[in-house]
Design a protein around this ligand. Structure first.
Ligand code: PLP
Length: 248
C-alpha cells in the first residue's frame, strides 16, 4: 500500500481553536491527508483579541523540522503563522532544498481581531528569502499590499497588478483572496508564471468565521498532496471553504 499523502504544517497554536494548527489539522483530516507539524509560536487568543504570544526558540523550530522529515516522506509543506524574524530565519535554514516538495505559503501578518502575528523584520525576511521558494503564496488583499509596501488595491485591475508584482518577488504562483473586499462575489485571483490572471469567484456570505485563510491554504496543500494541479486545488479549496462557512 502506498503511504498516505502527508503535509508538513508550519503553524502556531490558537487557544480559541479558530485558526492556526487546530484549523489546519481539521482540514487535512477532511481531505484524508496526514499531518506532521512544526510549531512556531503559542498564542493566547479569543475571537476578539490576541492577548499573548510566546515565540518558540529557533533551535526547537529547527529540531522539529528535522524530526518531521526523519519520520518519512512529505508531499507538500504548508506555512502559516511564523511570528518573528528569528522563526522565519529558522524555517528558511532548516527546510530541505528539495524543490520537488512544493511550499504553500500563507503570509499571516495580522489576525482578524487586529493582533500582530509577524514582526517587521519577519516580513522583510519572508519577502526576500521565503517568497522565492514558494510554489504558491496566498495573501489576502491587505497582506498583498503590506508585502509590497503599497496602498490597499481598490479595484480588480490594481489587484491584478499587485499579484504580478508579487510574482516578480519569486514565487511560482500568487493567489490573492478577495474575502476582505465588498461586492456580491468574493473573487480570488490566481496568477502564475505560465497562466493567469484566473478568477475564482464564489458568492459572498455574511459569515465571520475565523481561520478561513488557514483553511484555504491547508485545503490547497491537501489537494496538491493528493495529486491535483495547482489550479484544480485552488478551485476545490475555495468550494471547501464556502461549505465550511455555510455550515457555521
Ligand atoms: N492565529 C493564528 C495562530 C493563525 O495562524 C492565524 C492565521 O493563520 C490567525 C490567528 C489569523 O486568523 P484570523 O484572521 O482568522 O484571526
Amino acid at each position: 500500500m502506498s503511504p498516505r499523502p502527508t503535509v508538513l504544517v508550519v503553524a502556531a497554536t490558537d487557544s480559541s481553536g479558530g485558526a492556526g494548527i487546530t484549523r489546519d489539522v481539521q482540514v487535512l483530516a477532511d481531505f484524508s491527508v496526514d499531518a506532521r507539524c512544526v510549531i512556531t509560536a503559542v498564542t493566547a487568543q479569543s475571537d476578539s483579541q490576541v492577548s499573548a504570544v510566546h515565540h518558540i526558540a529557533p533551535a526547537i523550530i529547527r529540531a522539529q523540522v528535522a524530526a518531521a522529515f526523519e519520520t518519512g516522506r512529505v508531499s507538500v509543506i504548508k506555512i502559516g503563522m511564523l511570528g518573528n524574524r528569528a522563526s522565519v530565519d529558522a524555517i528558511i535554514d532548516s527546510l530541505p532544498q528539495d524543490v520537488s516538495i512544493p511550499i504553500v505559503l500563507d503570509p499571516v501578518l495580522v489576525s482578524t481581531s487586529g493582533g500582530m502575528l509577524l514582526d517587521a523584520g519577519g516580513r522583510d525576511a519572508m519577502r526576500r528569502n521565503l517568497l522565492p521558494r514558494a510554489a504558491l503564496v496566498t495573501p489576502n488583499v491587505p497582506e498583498a499590499a503590506a508585502l509590497l509596501d503599497a496602498d490597499i488595491a481598490s479595484n480588480e485591475a490594481e489587484l491584478i497588478e499587485q499579484a504580478q508584482r508579487l510574482l516578480q518577488l519569486g514565487p511560482q504562483a500568487v493567489l490573492i483572496k478577495g474575502g476582505h473586499w465588498s461586492g456580491a462575489e468574493a473573487v480570488d485571483l490566481l496568477v502564475s508564471r505560465t497562466y493567469g490572471p484566473h478568477r475564482i469567484p464564489s458568492p459572498r456570505l455574511r459569515a465571520t468565521k475565523r481561520g478561513t485563510g488557514c483553511a484555504l491554504a491547508s485545503a490547497i496543500a491537501a489537494g496538491m498532496a493528493s495529486g491535483m494541479s495547482l489550479l484544480d486545488a485552488c478551485g476545490y479549496a475555495k468550494r471547501y471553504v464556502l461549505q465550511m462557512l455555510r455550515r457555521q
